[in-house]
Design a protein around this ligand. Structure first.
Ligand code: CFM
Ligand code: HCA
Length: 534
């Protein structure tokens, strides 16, 4: 299929057309260089895209899942209510987090009323902190701001500091007002800054283990992190902490004692990975546990970072065993999936990661889009120095961390290897590097930033995909076009989809979506006559 992007955008007003053209790129493998894409800029007002707000990125995505922290939404009730249990991050009790210390499933809000907006909400917030401390005795509290808080000028820092002195527990505030950036992405950054400043490195316990890993940018949607941990632990790794799927303040505090950071979702957590490298000397490795070959490559990369012969042998053994267990089932589902095509539109990293898993099933992704990723997630980290900061990105404070005088340990010593070997891993792009989605796109495929419903429909008409992976906002647009869709944020309550066993669950779900006869009973609007459409 040869797609003409200009033709697709033709019905738009000139100004909009000019804007949107920069957000859409066609993969041309013969061109030799990577085309530039515009990303992380304001959405055209009213155009209807899938994006959310900074509060969603901070509270909903990054800090809300920290299970032993009590998170208060400071604002009118809507934001708290609509972010209550809508993102599917699972958590369970463990030795350090008993059932009465889990708050991530609950909803706390100051429920600001009109008079609080007029006269200020600081007193109400202070009172609420006192109340939750008295009733729940949490170890630590998060306070997340919603839009009106910044507009009326409540001083969250001052309220939190005073309450910390009253109660003797960390009370961490986030100025993640919805309008702080152009999308959820701003909220990720704000959350990363506070986790780095107020949590990591404040603990005094060293995590025991020969190979201690932190797992950054894995949120345990549908139990994904648990499946990855099962495999990692079988090989002989200890997972110190995950950020922030099934994570706890109690363990995040000690993350600075690990040997290596794994980064799954680069978009939401790269700030912490980079800052921990500078401050503590912990190197990071970009990983992907979505897809069988991707998982195998990732496991081999991790083992290579430590270079231990026994660890490498054990890795191969576990790979062989897991692979043998899932191959017959995968082959069964491949029969249904092979040759089919898909689109994938999600937030910021799955549109890249799932291409590997779909390829294992014999499917190809023709159009892939991120809601709120930055240029580096498309083009690779090498473009970071060339990204222009605009008025919106300047809203978010950039932390400038330095090596910690006591806790910094050079990366090669953390990994127990020579400086030369470490430099080699960095130079070859294994460590501290992410190359983005573009290199893995199919030739002729489309990479699209902040896609809107109009463009989605037009691209469907051109490519006629068999399946679309989406979120709740575009799921029904797709259904109305007579196409099956599969939610790839919440997995429609299935999952986990990670590693080997997860790949089978995914294959089964995709095969079911593709074989249901329901979609053949619908005629898409463009194939209907005018009278039928009425
Ligand atoms: Fe990272 Fe995520 Fe994603 Fe994301 Fe999200 Fe999510 Fe997502 Mo929904 S952190 S960028 S802000 S992988 S909540 S678990 S599914 S949009 S692609
Ligand atoms: C968010 C959360 C979300 C929404 C999913 C969707 C999630 O962006 O605020 O739009 O269906 O994964 O829960 O991405």
């Amino acid at each position: 299929t040869d797609v003409n992007i200009d033709e697709i955008l033709a019905p738009m007003p000139d100004k909009v057309k000019k804007n949107r053209r920069k957000h859409i790129v066609k993969k041309d493998a013969s061109a030799g260089c990577r085309p530039q894409i515009e990303a992380n800029t304001r959405t055209v007002p009213g155009i209807i895209t899938q994006r959310g707000c900074s509060y969603a990125g901070c509270k909903g995505v990054v800090v809300g899942p920290i299970k032993d922290m009590l998170t208060i939404t400071h604002g009118p009730i809507g934001c708290a209510y609509y972010s209550w249990g809508t993102r599917r991050n699972k958590a369970r009790t463990d030795d350090s987090t008993p059932p009465d210390q889990i708050y991530s499933t609950m909803c706390f809000s100051t429920d600001m009323q009109e008079s609080d907006i007029v006269f200020g909400g600081e007193k109400k917030l202070a009172k609420m902190i006192d109340e939750v401390v008295e009733i729940f005795h949490p170890r630590a509290i998060n306070i997340c701001a919603t839009c009106p808080i910044g507009l009326i000028g409540d001083d969250l820092g001052a309220v939190s500091k005073a309450a910390e002195e009253r109660h003797g527990i960390p009370i961490i505030h986030y100025n993640c007002e919805g309008y702080k950036g152009v999308s959820q992405s701003a909220g990720h950054h704000i959350a990363n800054n506070q986790i780095m400043e107020r949590m990591i490195g404040t603990g005094t316990e060293k995590v025991d283990g020969k190979y201690v890993l932190n797992f950054l940018g894995e949120y345990n949607i549908g139990g994904d992190a648990w499946e990855i941990e099962r495999v990692l632990e079988e090989i002989g790794y200890t997972v110190g902490s995950t950020l922030t799927g099934d994570s706890a303040y109690a363990t995040i505090k000690n993350m600075h004692t690990a040997h290596l950071n794994l980064v799954q979702c680069h978009r939401s957590i790269n700030y912490i990975a980079e800052m921990m490298e500078t401050k503590y000397g912990i190197p990071w490795l970009k990983v992907n546990f979505i897809g069988i070959d991707a998982t195998i490559d990732t496991l081999r990369d991790i083992a290579q970072c430590f270079g231990d012969k026994e660890l490498i042998a054990r890795t191969e053994l576990v790979i062989e065993r897991e692979l043998a267990a899932v191959t017959p089932e995968i082959e069964r589902y491949q029969k249904i999936c092979r040759g089919k095509t898909a689109f994938i539109f999600v937030g910021g990293s799955r549109s890249h990661h799932y291409q590997f898993l779909l390829r294992n099933l014999g499917m190809e992704v023709m159009v892939a889009g991120y809601e709120f990723a930055h240029r580096d997630d498309y083009e690779g980290r090498e473009v970071i120095p060339t990204i222009k900061s605009d008025a919106d990105s300047k809203n978010i404070p950039e932390l400038h961390v330095k090596p910690d005088t006591e806790m910094y340990r050079p990366p090669h010593l953390r990994l127990k290897m020579s400086q030369e070997k470490y430099d080699e891993l960095v130079a070859s792009g294994v460590l501290n590097e992410y190359r983005g989605m573009y290199p893995d796109m199919v030739n002729g495929g489309i990479m699209i930033d902040d896609a809107n419903h109009f463009e989605t429909e037009e691209l469907v008409k051109v490519f006629k995909p068999d399946l679309i992976f989406t979120g709740i906002k575009d799921k029904y647009v797709t259904h109305k076009m007579g196409l099956p869709s599969k939610q790839i944020h919440s997995y429609d309550y299935s999952g986990p989809y990670t590693c080997f066993r997860g790949a089978v669950t995914f294959a089964k779900d995709v095969a079911h979506s593709l074989s249901t006869p329901a979609w053949k009973m619908i005629t898409p609007p463009w194939e209907q006559s005018i009278t039928e459409q009425r």
